[in-house]
Design a protein around this ligand. Structure first.
Ligand SMILES: [Cu+2]
Length: 267
């Protein structure tokens, strides 16, 4: 995925945090705050998955480490294919291939948008392939729990084409100014979920104050910035429960509105 403006901002902030943190920490040069998600060992190779939060529906950044006999190794290539096994059928989800994390080169990282939670409907796993420096091919599979979240919805066109709308930012909405960003993907097959970069989004944030009254707040409507990303801003005037409706227009067709509902914390 090409770096979006938002990623650039995140990294600039991360760099600032790093500069501050490096004064009072040891040799760790990583500003990442990761939790272990799962790991599996195949033929002496241990593949470990880390993330910033428990995996959930919507956008996730995945961080990978590969070790052999306890030592971290750098493979020639490491590729993944997230899959959901639903019994009757299997499908993948929007994702990118892992690449060296620029903020900490001890990790490979990729983004994934989980389109369904794991559970009664089926379970997620990440089949992977390691091409080692001496040209061995190691294959394995890492099971992964995916919780449901409010950060993903989908909508169908008249021709029954499905669009997945992901709430990308803010991940943790707070009162005051936030970047407001969405990702849009479609499904071409059970294995192919390309980004949609030529849609138009019309959003409307609203706070229901009860008794039939309510209000919106200052925001700029997100616009396409490439790779299925749409970026704007929002300034929440109050903390509490907000809704944000999103109306997607794609190929001249305006699709039924979807609504995200979430709570905004006081800053
Ligand atoms: Cu599924």
């Amino acid at each position: 995925m090409r770096l979006s403006i938002s990623m650039g901002r995140m990294m600039a902030m991360a760099a600032l945090v790093l500069a501050v943190a490096s004064c009072n920490t040891n040799n760790s040069n990583s500003e990442l705050d990761l939790i272990p998600v799962n790991s599996v060992t195949v033929q002496e190779y241990t593949v470990s998955l880390f993330a910033e939060k428990e995996p959930e529906t919507g956008f996730n950044m995945l961080y990978w480490q590969i070790e052999k006999d306890g030592d971290r190794i750098e493979p020639q290539q490491f590729s993944i294919t997230p899959m959901m096994d639903m019994g009757e059928m299997m499908h993948s989800t929007p994702y990118t291939e892992p690449q060296t994390a620029e903020e900490d080169d001890r990790y490979l990282k990729n983004m994934v948008v989980f389109i369904m939670p794991g559970g009664a409907m089926g379970s997620w796993s990440v089949p992977f392939e390691i091409r080692t420096q001496d040209d061995q091919l190691i294959t394995g599979e890492l099971p992964i729990n995916v919780d449901s979240s409010w950060k993903l919805t989908s909508v169908r066109s008249e021709s029954d084409k499905i669009y997945f709308i992901t709430w990308y930012s803010p991940q943790n909405p707070v009162s005051g100014n936030n970047e407001l960003a969405f990702m849009v993907h479609t499904r071409e097959s059970m294995m192919s979920f390309p980004p949609v970069s030529d849609a138009e989004l019309l959003v409307y944030p609203y706070m229901d104050m009860g008794g039939g009254s309510g209000h919106s707040t200052d925001f700029t409507n997100p616009v396409a910035t490439g790779n299925g990303m749409y970026e704007g801003d929002i300034n929440y005037s109050m903390s509490g429960v907000w809704t944000t409706s999103v109306e997607l227009t794609v190929n001249g067709e305006t699709l039924p509105e979807v609504v995200f509902e979430y709570s905004v914390q006081a800053k």
